[in-house]
Design a protein around this ligand. Sequence first.
Ligand SMILES: [Zn+2]
Length: 210
Amino acid sequence: MQTYEKLLLENKAWAAEKVADDPDYFKRLSALQTPEFLWIGCSDSRVPADKITGTQPGEIFVHRNVANLVINTDVNLLAVLDYAVTHLKVKHVIVCGHYGCGGIKAAATKTDYKPVLNMWLRNIKDVIRHHRDELDAIPDETRRSDRLVELNVQEQVMNLAKTTIIQKAWKAEQRPHLHGWVYGLADGIIKPVFEMEAGTHIDPLYEYDL
Ligand SMILES: [Zn+2]
């Protein structure tokens, strides 16, 4: 059996188990989607949003990319954010990074990863530049990288707050609450590192006349 065939087999077993527990499970789920959370996480295979939060299908709307970045020209991210905030009306947006993130480590080096990855990682280099003094003061390489993971999450939450999508929802409906979390690969624990309540004032430049 090929490795991918095992996935299809496991899927059949999972679906059968769900129906055995609750015969209407898929009927109910397919009719309605009302998640309370949007998760923006890293694509890393070791950080599955639903598994580590114990959420079930239907409870969490998910977007993942390398190093959980929120970039204001990323149409994919913006479409997910707009749909989740404006239409699904999620109450919380969570940006979750993780310690030991390969994307974060790569951005801190001078290695040339060639055009596309360089373009993506450039956004993390900007985070390093903004927090240069704090990061340079940490002698231990692992601790410095861990701190950069936390600062990156903080910057991405601030990037969310600067979007018209979030500004509009904050003004009209006092939601969503923004959270910056970091997951520990070593112990499986999520540490909240930063948050912004709906309506938090940021630089007035980003507070549009809506
Ligand atoms: Zn990662």
